[in-house]
Write a protein that binds this ligand. Structure first.
Ligand SMILES: C[S@@+](CC[C@H](N)C(=O)[O-])C[C@H]1O[C@@H](n2cnc3c(N)ncnc32)[C@H](O)[C@@H]1O
Ligand code: FES
Length: 453
């Protein structure tokens, strides 16, 4: 018994450039249209669409198989999608002109392609050719750099509703020659579409990368563009054991701080509801948000509990950004910002929650222990310190995001890193917290919580 009336497997396999595959023949567009059309007919609970790897008919893609009947469609175009949905999924009649009925030939073709693929793989292996996955990983920076440059230039906004290379270059005041190269490269990545010499944003770039769009992520993504320069020093940092250019956050330019806090704010706004729930804001009376940045977490806590008061401790350069968010949230009477240095001096007293999100990874183990001791002193008995960070498994090789983030800290700080759950537990114990627990959150961060007896 099938759980759905129809289960459609659509091949979206991408093969190396020049090798025929469904992806190169437009499977992404067909898939998008198929999902749209299925929804438009109200069939989303009847027809389950699953993407899959090669079905073995790579020269004739995009290919799809529909179960329970086992109907194979080959060479599906955007123009065919409406008919397939209406005729096959709504009325139950497969679209004959697209169905592969020559089953013996179909099988022979698939088997032939499979054998050819295995033979090519064996030949490559025997010749010692660098496998594609390794090659792709090594060259991955080229795609990333192209997109980051486009973001730095605000190219997607300049493309707007459609522009040719000369128009984009004139708007950006860049060289027409190189602008065209960049636009073509972005089109090859399907971030732009090129029609008769005119470039158009994809739905995703229009939504996330252009000024005026509600979901424009460019201000926050510019932080990643800034990080690029740091990562270029990784080899020297590995040799030296620390960042090779020390300019802590306070000493960086205004652009850097703005992009950094925008990036933090975006992440924080997304994660704050999870944290507020896991920590149970209802229990909190007075909290200290150490290095609270844009204030997103304090604001979320204050919104969840109308009796809660929060103090944010952060640098003078960040204070105006936090004030602005607090004002916008209408919480100036309950959320305050204190300018100060989290690396030294007392943190205050009388708190029942000290919250530190994305702080410990900036600091060395010795600095973390010192900070946690000061957190302990700032708490009333029964109070909790809650650390949110990218917490590594004990052997430090997973999660991958946290393991790579350790390098991000290596290139950007003097002694920072990602730390493991046993390391946090040891510091919390040494700082005097009697009860320590690790709470996993959905996504890339987790919480370490210590309670003061
Ligand atoms: C990675 S951000 C995290 C911001 C916020 N907690 C969040 O999770 O969105 C680190 C924060 O620590 C602040 N910070 C860095 N060094 C500091 C220092 N020495 N004293 C006080 N705040 C500092 C930064 O300005 C920034 O707001
Ligand atoms: S890549 Fe789709 S069938 Fe081979």
């Amino acid at each position: 018994m099938e759980p759905f009336r129809f289960h459609v497997f659509v091949c979206d396999q991408q093969k190396p450039e020049g090798v025929p595959c469904c992806s190169a023949r437009g499977s992404a567009q067909v898939l998008e249209a198929l999902r749209r059309e299925i929804n438009a007919h109200g069939l989303e609970d009847d027809v389950q669409v699953t993407t899959c790897g090669s079905l073995g008919l790579c020269e004739h893609g995009p290919n799809m198989v529909v179960y329970p009947e086992g109907i194979w469609y080959s060479g599906v175009t955007l123009a065919d999608v409406q008919e397939i949905v209406r005729s096959h999924f709504q009325e139950g009649t497969p679209v004959e002109r697209l169905v592969r009925t020559d089953l013996a030939a179909l099988r022979a073709e698939i088997v032939h392609n499979r054998d050819r693929m295995f033979a090519a793989r064996r030949a490559k292996e025997a010749a010692g050719v660098l496998p594609d996955e390794l090659n792709d990983r090594i060259r991955g920076f080229q795609e990333s750099r192209a997109v980051l440059t486009a973001l730095e230039l605000d190219l997607f906004t300049s493309v707007g509703d459609g522009a040719d290379a000369a128009e984009v270059a004139a708007r950006l005041r860049t060289s027409p020659r190189s602008t065209e190269m960049l636009l073509n490269a972005l089109a090859s990545l399907h971030l732009l579409a090129k029609r008769e010499g005119v470039f158009h944003n994809s739905p995703a770039t229009a939504r996330y990368f252009t000024a005026g769009s509600r979901d424009n992520a460019r201000p926050a993504l510019l932080h990643t563009a800034h990080l690029w320069h740091r990562w270029s020093t990784l080899t020297d940092c590995v040799r030296a054991g620390t960042a090779v250019s020390h300019d802590e956050i306070a000493g960086r330019g205004e652009d850097w701080t703005e992009a950094f806090i925008a990036a933090m704010h975006r992440n924080a706004s997304e994660r704050a509801p999870l944290v507020v729930r896991a920590v149970d804001a209802g229990k909190v009376r007075r909290m200290l948000d150490v290095g609270g940045g844009s204030g997103a977490y304090s604001i979320a806590f204050a919104q969840a509990n109308s009796a809660l008061r929060a103090d944010i401790l952060d640098l003078a350069t960040v204070e105006p950004v936090a004030q602005c968010h607090i004002q916008q949230a209408g919480l100036a009477d309950r959320v305050q910002v204190r300018i100060g240095d989290l690396r030294s001096g007392p943190l205050g007293e009388g708190y029942d929650l000290v919250f530190m999100s994305a702080i410990c990874h900036m600091l060395s183990p010795a600095e973390n222990l010192d900070l946690l001791r000061r957190c302990h002193r700032a708490l009333d008995p029964g109070g909790r310190v809650v650390i949110q960070d990218f917490i590594l498994e004990p052997d430090k090789t997973a999660p991958r995001f946290a393991a790579l983030f350790a390098l991000n800290m290596l290139v950007g700080t003097e002694g920072g890193s990602s730390y493991s759950q046993p390391e946090y537990a040891a510091w919390l114990g040494e700082a005097g917290f009697g009860e320590v627990c690790h709470t996993r959150l959905p996504g890339i961060t987790g919480l370490m919580i210590g309670s003061r007896a």
